[in-house]
Design a protein around this ligand. Structure first.
Ligand code: ADP
Ligand code: MG
Length: 268
């Protein structure tokens, strides 16, 4: 059974004249251990989708199941990494405390908590930074702390919302490789939102393309690349180049109003 099942999900913001349909009807699944990327033009509802899956906003219609359970609040066994690391870390807490913070809700001893903090900071290459404050670290390092915090929780399902959008290209490449490595190491299921086509092809086993106006799945593309990936070698493979242009075309299409919407506009 899929770890994550999204079935005819709809989300409308506001009421009356201010109503905005962010998601009309979105359905797809993510299997256990799979890494699925969601791409689509800005405003197509990617963040809304993630918030619904994380139980942070209630859907207007449809069904979301995580690990077989209907989502009614933040699901157990699920962690989220947001885009804005500067707002997601507590500036007054040292790095180690930041990573430890979500663990307080788990039935762990103090020693076990400390072990998890150490292990996850080591996994992101920050074992020696536990006593620093977030603001003493670079942007890329802060995002690694946010990832370590999610890992320490040992989630079965990890959601990531454009997590590397605000770091430089070099750091971003490192964080992409880190994501694939920890997925293998910790055996997680990952749903990764990005607007970057290269990133989606490089990272994912499958890419879901969302279209705008209103949000729905336009296409799902299986990524046919070897599991072992390398920033330079993989990106020069003909298959990578082919899938990247296929997705670029789909995203261009995804930004256009859907035919149905366009027709409505003409007849009005
Ligand atoms: P994406 O992450 O793909 O850029 P979002 O999910 O953030 O898209 O937003 C989808 C649409 O819903 C956008 O048009 C956005 O303006 C609107 N929207 C998002 N959040 C809210 C909100 N809290 N209230 C009203 N409209 C919102
Ligand atoms: Mg977004």
């Amino acid at each position: 059974m899929a770890d994550l099942a999204i079935d005819n999900l709809a989300k409308t913001y506001g009421t009356g004249a201010g109503t905005h349909i962010a998601l009309q009807s979105v359905s797809f699944e993510v299997g256990a251990g799979e890494l699925v990327a969601v791409v689509g033009p800005s405003g197509c509802g990617k963040t809304t989708l993630l918030r619904c899956v994380a139980g942070l906003v209630p859907p207007s219609a449809g069904r979301v199941r995580v690990l077989g359970e209907d989502v009614t609040g933040v699901p157990e066994g699920l962690a989220v990494v947001f885009q804005d690391y500067s707002r997601s870390l507590f500036p007054w807490m040292r790095v180690g405390r930041n990573v430890e913070f979500p663990l307080r809700t788990l039935p762990l001893t103090k020693v076990e908590r400390r072990q998890r903090v150490q292990q996850s900071l080591a996994a992101v290459g920050l074992a020696d930074k536990a006593d620093r404050y977030p603001w003493q670290l670079s942007g890329g390092m802060q995002q690694r702390v946010a990832i370590a915090r999610a890992l320490a929780y040992q989630p079965r399902v990890l959601l990531m919302d454009e997590p590397f959008a605000s770091v430089d290209a070099q750091t971003r490449a490192g964080l992409e490789d880190l994501t694939r490595r920890v997925r293998a190491e910790f055996g997680m299921t990952i749903l990764f939102v990005t607007h970057d086509i290269d990133e989606s092809v490089y990272l994912a086993d499958r890419v879901v393309v969302l279209r705008r106006s209103p949000g729905a799945v336009l296409a799902e593309v299986e990524i046919d690349l070897p599991a072992e990936r390398d920033q330079i070698a993989t990106k020069s493979l003909p298959e990578f180049v082919r899938q990247r242009s296929e997705l670029a075309q789909l995203i261009r299409q995804a930004a256009e109003p859907s035919r149905q919407t366009a027709r409505t506009a003409v007849t009005q």
